[in-house]
Design a binder for this molecule. Structure first.
Ligand code: DGJ
Length: 733
């Protein structure tokens, strides 16, 4: 049993071989947080670990007490002066509630969350779920807090649900999680960025006050990823404790650390409370998204590996969850909008020759889409560019022996489009005010089922007739003037959330209708790269920055939470289109291998020697992609700390591994050699390392792999220089 209930003190102990999570019903009937950390033995009266025992008189509760009590889902307005987990506005105007324990159920397995992405189990023995029902008698409302503990993972997931009531109530704040920790000896790590430089690692100490990350853009954003780590100050990649929190959601969110002046830390994470108002009588029950909590005791790599394994195997779905991902060529940076069928087929033929498996046609194939100013929403092929339509092109690509993939941006419409001219009421906009454009486009109102349905009809008409094996689903602007035209005033506060539920609904319908299609999500690069999306699209375009140096940081930061199987990474042309840098073709591939690999350039512009190198790269990826996709990933040297980056993938059976070492700027007069300390090998096995010789796993991990540095002569000869990289293949003998 992984959830133990002690009736004597109404305490719940969720535990497996790795961690324990203990909560208890407090004397006032609310829930208190007792312990979250490495496994502790079960016993009676674990509730005596509560730091501020509550004396409770229901007629005269003490206004000062709750401010010192660690709680599970703290209430607003009755003495806890910290950030609450939720608020419910009542007809009287009051926001004060009192949800108290009513019952609980412990069940094997993990229920799905209706309409929302969530981690899952394939067999009920994988996890146990505790659902605690709380009730507020004054407003006759029910709150269910659910916790799932996985049997063999250092993972607990949580969510909350507000259920129907006889009183018209508006939930104005509903976090997915509140986590009260007993001290402040933590550092907060977050993934921050902007377009083309997504998910840089940002670290700050936890000190009294509030630190928050958020999105109010309507999507999870390039600026702040819905992911946080609280780690002990001494924690490194390889040792020490870390709590990782990932919100399985793609819309507005807030992740907040509220550190009080009593040395306690409260973390709150969920849908952003600003511009959120959910009427339980109008909008129905409110189900919050899920939060995944990982507790790692062996450093950040161990924390990331727990997320990687869970997300790759129990969040991603569909046949591509476990199948090797196709090596693709995307025409975006090759042609932008300037293409016709002959040009595409010319690139596709060369792609086939070098071994590419999937040809992806990006933006520009539909309606009058000659630039980014028109035609979004008109999802029919432009017959001047593609005389046989998508069906004809897909047939020709398929005849070449390639699979065919297609780009859509379903949530958007240009003012200059047939769809907008027919349905101006389908865009988000506030009455009597101008609507802002972004990249010349409006946002469709996906909170309206008829809009989602219309997009489904358009997309399924193509996916149902043409041989399309892959869809790149893009999203290129944030939401503004978020108002559903014609909608009731009391439902406008739920539009942001219902918008993203509409996105999920369209994904779900398409996945069910076309189960063999591989979806890749995208949002101006990586502006919606989150756990929610991975439930529908197992891979995501990580960034519009394809430069091999910039990508080291982007992919390293992304790997803090997300598996390599989720990280879309392509080799592109030089000078690089985003930063103008010229990097060797070898280094571009050496970076792109560590993700879902492909090319994004015009192969017909490469020299014969470069094409031969591309063929070797594709063959290399085919030989190693299963190791990269299914292996265990270790970050060794951080691009945020210096000029050298290194990472390693080790096969689950520890028989093979692939190490990458990147040096950004060449340095004069370097040491003759450096030593790279590997991780995760079998100490007792002997590994053959290409170009180096044979060494015991123990030696490679402890003495390190000796790496000879480039010498001055090599630099002078032009065989070395900046932006160098090397791969080392390790094979057990
Ligand atoms: C933004 C994406 O990130 C790019 O890869 C490309 O698909 C363009 N949109 C197309 O408009």
């Amino acid at each position: 049993m992984t959830v133990v209930y002690h009736k004597t003190d109404s305490t719940f102990h969720l535990t497996n071989a790795q961690l324990s999570y203990v909560l208890a019903v407090l004397p006032n009937g609310q829930l208190g947080q007792v312990y979250f950390g490495p496994r502790i033995p079960d016993r009676e009266h674990l509730s005596d670990l509560i730091d501020a025992p509550l004396t409770f008189d229901p007629k005269e509760p003490d206004a000062n007490q709750m401010d010192q009590v660690r709680q599970e889902y703290p209430t607003f307005g009755t003495g806890d002066m910290r950030t609450p987990a939720f608020e419910v506005a009542q007809p009287s105007g009051s926001h004060v509630t009192n949800f108290t324990y009513q019952s609980h159920a412990i069940t094997p397995g993990k229920p799905r969350l209706a309409g929302l992405p969530a981690t899952y189990v394939e067999d009920d023995s994988e996890a146990t779920t505790l659902a605690i029902t709380l009730h507020d008698a004054v407003i006759d409302a029910t709150l269910v807090l659910s916790y799932t503990i996985y049997e063999h993972r250092p993972v607990i997931t949580r969510n909350a649900r507000f259920e129907a009531t006889t009183t018209p109530l508006t939930v104005t704040r509903a976090a997915s999680l509140a986590l009260d920790l007993p001290d402040q000896d933590y550092e907060l790590m977050t993934l921050t960025g902007a377009w083309a430089r997504e998910r840089a690692i940002t670290t700050r100490p936890v000190v009294p006050g509030i630190a928050a990350i958020q999105s109010l853009r309507g999507h999870s954003s390039a600026q702040f990823n819905p992911f946080m780590v609280l780690r002990r100050p001494h924690t490194t990649e390889f040792a020490g404790d870390a709590i990782g929190l990932a919100l399985v959601y793609s819309g507005n969110f807030q992740g907040l650390v509220d550190a009080d002046t009593m040395n306690k830390t409260r973390v709150v994470m969920g849908i952003h409370p600003d511009h959120f108002a959910w009427r339980l009588d109008v909008d129905g029950a409110l189900q919050t998204p899920e939060v995944v909590m990982v507790y790692a005791t062996h450093g950040l790599n161990a924390m990331s590996q727990a997320f990687h394994d869970l997300f790759a195997h129990r969040l991603a779905r569909g046949p591509y969850r476990d199948a090797p991902r196709p090596i693709l060529l995307n025409n975006w940076e090759a042609t932008y909008f300037d293409f016709d069928e002959a040009k595409l087929l010319g690139i596709a033929r060369t792609a086939k020759k070098v071994g590419v498996e999937l040809f992806v046609l990006d933006d520009g194939w539909f309606g009058e889409r000659h630039d980014d100013q028109r035609a979004l929403g008109d999802w029919q092929a432009n017959l001047a560019k593609l005389p046989g339509g998508i069906t004809g092109l897909a047939d020709k690509i398929t005849e070449l022996g390639l699979k065919f993939g297609l780009w859509f941006e379903p949530e958007m419409v240009n003012p200059d489009s047939n769809l907008f001219r027919a349905h101006p009421e389908w865009v988000l906009r506030t009455p009597d005010r101008v609507a802002s454009v972004g990249r010349h486009q409006y946002v469709l109102d996906f909170s309206k089922p008829e809009v989602v349905d219309a997009l489904y009809q358009q997309m399924s008409a193509i996916l149902g007739t043409a041989k399309v094996s892959y869809v790149k689903w893009d999203m290129n602007r944030s939401l503004t003037e978020v108002f559903s035209q014609g909608g009731a005033p009391e439902s406008q506060g739920s539009v942001y959330h219902r918008f993203i539920l509409g996105v999920y609904a369209l994904y779900e319908r398409l996945i069910r209708a076309f189960p063999d299609v591989l979806f890749e999500s995208c949002a101006s690069g990586g502006a919606r790269f989150d756990a929610g999306m991975l439930y529908y699209a197992p891979q995501a375009w990580a960034s519009d920055d394809t430069d091999a140096v910039a990508r080291q940081k982007i992919q390293y930061g992304t790997s803090l939470a997300y598996p390599l199987s989720a990280i879309g990474s392509h080799v592109s042309a030089v000078p690089n289109h985003q930063v103008g840098r010229i990097t060797p073709l070898t280094t571009r591939a050496n970076v792109a291998y560590f993700g879902t690999f492909g090319y994004e350039l015009d192969l017909n512009k490469l020299s014969a020697a470069e094409l031969a190198e591309v063929s070797r790269q594709v063959a290399f990826m085919k030989a190693h992609r299963e190791l990269i996709q299914y292996g265990t990933f270790y970050r060794l040297l951080s691009p945020f700390d210096g000029d050298e980056t290194a990472w390693l993938v080790v096969a689950k059976d520890q028989k093979t591994a692939l190490l990458a070492d990147y040096r950004t700027l060449n340095q004069p007069n370097q040491p003759v050699a450096t030593y790279l300390h590997l991780q995760g090998l079998d100490p007792a096995l002997n590994y053959r390392v290409n170009g180096v010789g044979s060494h015991a796993g123990a030696e490679l991990m402890n003495a390190g792999l000796r790496i000879a540095t480039e010498n001055d002569q090599q630099a002078f000869d032009g065989t070395s220089g900046d932006f160098q990289s090397r791969l080392y293949e390790l094979t057990a003998e």
